[in-house]
Design a protein around this ligand. Structure first.
Ligand SMILES: NC(=O)c1ccc[n+]([C@@H]2O[C@H](COP(=O)([O-])OP(=O)(O)OC[C@H]3O[C@@H](n4cnc5c(N)ncnc54)[C@H](OP(=O)(O)O)[C@@H]3O)[C@@H](O)[C@H]2O)c1
Length: 226
């Protein structure tokens, strides 16, 4: 399959690139960097391209690079790009820094839309677009922790549902990846990012069946509560 991973420099994105290319898929890796990050430099046979999800022009130019690399449309896109900014870990909403709120929405929510809308025309009929969001994004799920991140991921989660309501030729999914031991998730980790990547490989390969009616899922392919 032709697979695009956006947000591939580290954490889950990097593990996905590794496991997809090891399993015979053709992989294009989008990163926030202009140069190929060291983490991706040694992986053979992949395309690495700049794709800061807040930069629509750069993302669109990535679409052309992927089309040229694959020589056809893509089967799967997984957008993993996300930020959880330091002050958001300590401030409640009444004390939040609006610059942090804006940045969280820019990357996590608006970035999700920029990626989905830019790559949609480059997806095969029946292709699948996965946006990695989070857990606890239901409207009734209101906690105090990481408010800028939580609100932006709630918006991002709904992006897939709105796309599915709007188009029928590509399926859109929002995915909770589990609490992973990465730069972002270290404090609350329950699993390694490799476990999530292995499971998402099975989802992508069709070993774990999913349907667009249940478009908000966890990394095991199980429906999440909206
Ligand atoms: N870890 C968890 O427990 C957990 C739980 C729930 C949801 N998630 C979500 O899962 C996803 C992966 O998280 P992770 O734990 O692997 O986090 P991570 O290790 O912090 O990795 C985040 C990735 O996003 C990239 N990124 C950040 N801003 C970007 C931008 N503007 N454009 C393109 N890429 C950008 C980063 O690239 P650079 O390194 O180059 O900045 C990095 O590769 C995120 O969306 C996160 O919100 C994680």
């Amino acid at each position: 399959m032709n697979i695009i991973v956006i947000g591939a420099t580290q954490g889950l994105g990097l593990e996905l690139v590794k496991i997809f290319s090891k399993n015979g898929h053709k992989v294009a890796a989008g990163t926030a960097e202009l140069q190929t990050p060291a983490s991706l430099a040694s992986i053979e046979g992949i395309l690495v391209f700049p794709s800061d999800v807040t930069n629509e022009e750069q993302v669109k130019s990535g679409v052309s690079k992927c089309a040229e690399f694959f020589g056809e449309k893509a089967d799967v896109l997984i957008n993993v790009a996300g930020v959880l900014l330091p002050s958001d870990r300590v401030n409640n909403i009444q004390d939040c820094d609006v610059a942090v709120l804006r940045k969280s929405f820019e990357v996590n929510a608006i970035g999700a839309i920029i990626v989905a809308k830019s790559f949609y025309p480059a997806m095969k009929e029946g292709g699948r677009v996965f946006t990695v969001t989070s857990e606890g994004t239901g409207l009734k799920s209101c906690g105090t922790w990481i408010p800028c991140y939580a609100l932006s991921k709630t918006a991002a989660t709904k992006v897939s549902g709105v796309f599915n309501a709007s188009v029928t030729d590509v399926d859109f999914y929002s995915v909770h990846p589990g609490r992973m031991n990465t730069e972002m998730g270290r404090q609350t980790a329950q699993i390694e990012a490799t476990e999530t990547a292995e499971s998402l490989l099975r989802v992508v390969n069709g070993e774990i069946p999913i349907t667009r009616e249940n478009w908000y899922i966890n990394y095991k392919g199980e429906p999440m509560e909206l």
